[in-house]
Design a protein around this ligand. Sequence first.
Ligand code: PMV
Length: 312
Amino acid sequence: MIKATAPGKIILFGEHAVVYGRPAIAVPVSQVRATATVVPGEGGVRLVAPDLGLQLLLEEAPEEEALAAAVRQVQRAAGLTNLPDLTITVYSDIPIASGLGSGAAITAAVVRALAKYLRRFDLSSDDRVSALTYEVEKFYHGTPSGIDNSVVAFEQPIYFVRRQPQNLVETFSVTTPLRLLIGDTGLRSSTKAAVMDVRRQWEASPTTFETLFDGCGRITDMARAAIAAGNVTAIGRLMDENHALLQAMTVSSAELNRLVAAARHSGALGAKLSGAGRGGNMIALVTAETETIVRDALMAAGARSVLATVIQ
Ligand code: PMV
């Protein structure tokens, strides 16, 4: 049996603006993961996702089916007309449609496991897993920046800039561990819809939105320096500033704002929505001393769940 896994992720700084070429920072959330296994099978390529009650044959899968799309990407990249008979099983404990990158992680796990099973180690490198995952993400998100597939494939903090002919993906390490709480509004949100809505507004008010994007880019660069210096107070303040710009882009919501306010009032160093917004998750930067009180405040303010993670 061949097995591969990929982590969840959050965007620390620069979501939405990253679609327009500004830098963003994303980090893996390693305690929630997608796992794919590949074993020899019979009667074709069988795709199984027990959590979703899904079981189907590749040849019968519709074009837009996510697992099938991941398998077909690998098949195409490997130049194979036919795949051997096999069964691919997928598990994930990453909450879906909440900004934790569940789709990208599932795809990355399937791509890596299948490439290894086929002994195509040229396709199972972080770089290639990221690129193949991007092709599948495009299918769902229209114009994904490429940040999600990069962070789940590399499983390291990344500083990311979307650009031609090749995105800039710099992995970096965090000197002072960042203790984060991820508060889930419980509201699912469509990344594609939020990204399209920002695009509509950018087209209607280009100057305003370019200024907002520039602000996010500057915040991301200052945050990178603050992370390198281990200056958690500055990181928190920059999270607050980034949230204000995301509010101006109309991608926050009453629920997200309530959780962000609750985190700040209970002692978080900073808080912001994370990812596409509207629903999904917010993140709060805390210390060992404030973690419990902020978590309680988030739950009292209506968070569906709170996940604690330490980025290091
Ligand atoms: O997948 P999410 O919800 O973390 O959002 C992706 C981040 C966006 O910047 C909004 C879109 C993108 O493709 O980068």
